[in-house]
Design a protein around this ligand. Sequence first.
Ligand SMILES: Cc1cc2nc3c(=O)[nH]c(=O)nc-3n(C[C@H](O)[C@H](O)[C@H](O)COP(=O)(O)O)c2cc1C
Length: 402
Amino acid sequence: MKQLEIDFAGIRFKNPFLLSSAPPTMDARHIVRAAKLGWGGAVIKTVAETPTVDPRTRLGALRKGPDLIGMNNIELISRASLETWTDDWLPKIKKEAPEDFVIVASIMSDPAPEGWTSLAKKMTNAGVDAIELNVSCPHGSPERHMGAAIGQNADLVETVTRGAKKGTNLPVMVKLTPNVTDMVPIAEAAVNGGADALAAINTVESLVGIDVETATPHPIAYGADPKEQLSTYGGFCGPAIRPIGLRFVSQIARAFPKIPISGIGGIEDWRSATEYLMAGAKTLQVCTAAMWYGFGIIKGMTSDLSSFMDRKGYSTLEEIVGKALPKIITWEALSKLSPVVAEVSSDLCTACKKCVVACADGGYVAIQIRDGTATVNPEKCDGCGLCAIVCDDNAVQFVHTS
Ligand SMILES: Cc1cc2nc3c(=O)[nH]c(=O)nc-3n(C[C@H](O)[C@H](O)[C@H](O)COP(=O)(O)O)c2cc1C
């Protein structure tokens, strides 16, 4: 599928999909298997000078009924040593994965630049194609002055980026944290430090839920005594964080139009992938969807994205990248646009009354069922859009009043 090829910071990807740094990239075996299934690349599980330990369990879920919406984790970085990666796993991946498979090394160190220089050098010597700086893990790492503790401080981000650049000639990508009010100054610091690319977002700090029977927050970490069930704040991911990812990616894409961005956060199919491309991402990283549904999702994502491109007449991904950005304008300008009201199609409406109830209690009491169709009173309708949100039948459209 030639049309899915894309250049990212001077690296040619056969398709824009990478596994992000997480359990799916925990070792060579996983990565080689994903590579053979057609992924464009993988970011290895973050590696530091000292490997880590993890609580068990360490994953929690947010559900609506039986459906998974989001996931929270309190896992840290690679439990394997730096040497296992550089001397054993990375050479194995290079040897066994298809030649056009891109390997990105994710590294983490403390705020001193020397550690970043050293890790970047060691990973470069091990034959990777690019380096990603993890300055964004929101749990566990900040207590050690790493992860988001660096990524929330523009000066430190610039310092460590400069440090990593000193150790490598490869493209350096800085993975940013959404746990900030404004990502743009942090991204600017990364760019000033020499970043060739940005990646966003890492997980959103959260408390995913509480087991009300035992008053224990999820995920539950079990101690030696069965009664010892404890938890901590973790990183939220999956479809529920997509709106946050799209916000940050679009904001940094607008601020730095020449810097390539790798979009992350709730990408699970061709549509969510396309949303990130349109928000300004050039490559797309996937974690939760690969954990929930397996590496095989790459087949559907690539073929469905390709079909979408054919349907819409796009011949390259570049034509899609940033396509939605000109449509993001100020609230002030939006409020001056001429008003619209809802209109319901009698062909599509099933008279389920969902819009009637929503409009009565959450809106402007503008909808009644008449002759088997939801009918909008244009005098009362305020054009808020609530009826379209609750409609399962796609029966609502908006028309100008004049
Ligand atoms: C269990 C777990 C472990 C993770 N470990 C790392 C890590 O070591 N380094 C890193 O940069 N991001 C890590 N992440 C974050 C993911 O790479 C990704 O940024 C995040 O999950 C959002 O993408 P998603 O919505 O596709 O999951 C981890 C995520 C999960 C769920």
